[in-house]
Ligand binder design. Structure first.
Ligand SMILES: [Zn+2]
Ligand SMILES: [Zn+2]
Length: 103
């Protein structure tokens, strides 16, 4: 039931022919991408060279990592404290020990 027939494209980098399958064409059409000009291995190589993650095929990973933590110096004991907000310097920052001791 694919609306697209497989075709063979020529890589602009290495000149090798590679398959642009109907499924991929559907994927590209859905996202209004233009046809790939490079074979998958050249695309991967370029991606790696750019240090670019995300986008393209094989995506779908959600990038919601752990909450960003900032290092600050505890205003009470002077130890390094990890806080979930950016320390502004105008407010005292306490490590978890001093924080719980103050409550
Ligand atoms: Zn190539
Ligand atoms: Zn402390």
């Amino acid at each position: 039931m694919y609306a697209y027939a497989d075709k063979t494209l020529t890589c602009a980098d290495c000149g090798q022919e590679f398959a642009f399958t109907g499924t991929e064409q559907q994927f590209y059409a859905d996202r209004q991408f233009s046809e790939p000009r490079r074979c998958p291995s050249c695309r991967a190589a370029r991606k790696a060279a750019r240090g670019d993650s995300g986008g393209g095929f094989g995506g779908g990973r959600s990038s919601s990592g752990p909450r960003e933590m900032f290092s600050a110096t505890c205003s009470s004991c002077g130890r390094t404290a990890e806080v979930p907000f950016r320390p502004t310097g105008s407010k005292p920052v306490y490590c978890s020990d001093c924080f719980s001791a103050r409550r």
